[in-house]
Design a protein around this ligand. Sequence first.
Ligand code: ATP
Ligand code: MG
Length: 326
Amino acid sequence: KKVIFSGAQPTGVLTLGNYLGAIQNWKSFEDTYNCLYSIVDLHSLTVRNNPKEFKNACLSLLAQYLACGLNPDKNTIFFQSHVPQHSELAWILNCNTYMGELNRMTQFKDKSAQHKDNINAGLFTYPALQAADILLYQTNLVPVGQDQKQHLELARDIAIRFNNNYGETFTIPEIYTPKMGAKIMSLQQPEQKMSKSDENPNGTILILDEEKRLTKKMKKAVTDNEGVIRYRDEQPGVKNLITIYSKLTELSVEEIENKYDGKGYGHLKVDLAEIVTDTFRPIQEAYANYMDDLSYLEKIYTEGALKAQDLAEDTMKKVRKNIGLV
Ligand code: ATP
Ligand code: MG
């Protein structure tokens, strides 16, 4: 079976963007690929955390994965920090990645502008750790949102260079992004992607938002003065709402435009809030049950770590040998 690797950071509750851009697709691969889905906790150390809250966020994200329908019998679900090979390979790849390459990364530019008081070395070398995450499992395909495309291209470049310098070591991974929904935009700034760690809560819909809160956010979503419900770049706010609508109902863009022909934005927003609420209701119920059973969560992440460690160690043996470590 071909291998899939992907992950999300425990920087907060998953957003509608994470759900439509990534998690929803992960599930669709579980029968045809050998899938590894990680909670990439080491990546989140690039921002400051309160340790107690961070630990909760990590366990919560595992429960969110399961609640979104990832089946632990079919997928390997684990914490990145439980597989020390990630850090080991990250160092080796750091030594095979150029400053110039990392300097070009837009995520570093964005995040260092957001956290001016904490521009740490980890934030800069984040893509080398991400490359290690992927290459460690001889990954064939990486399902992610649009924003991760640049990092994925760098991971491929690093792998190709490494193979050329030290002999065939890594599989070169391909990127997978969904045709629609690969970049869900902030409800408040529709020219910017929706992000878990956005400090404006009105910009993001979280999978655990309760109905009232969710509806309120949706009603406040920024639109425009055009007054027509059309899917086009001139109306980024409306375009984003139609994208979400289409992904969750499987109605085409055209069908949605026809349905709301002559109707106002308020109408679209209220309907969409209901659709999103209906999608998240079963997820929220399942989530509550998982969070009530910490020993089950422990069983899942312990088994996941053992499976991942085995695969990771196979690759690390090859890496150590090929670079000449005794
Ligand atoms: P943070 O703000 O902490 O970086 P995030 O919302 O970007 O959080 P990540 O954990 O970095 O979430 O990413 C998890 C997955 O979700 C990745 O595959 C990423 O590409 C995808 N993703 C993130 N934001 C969006 C979005 N707005 N639309 C579609 N996919 C997204
Ligand atoms: Mg992100």
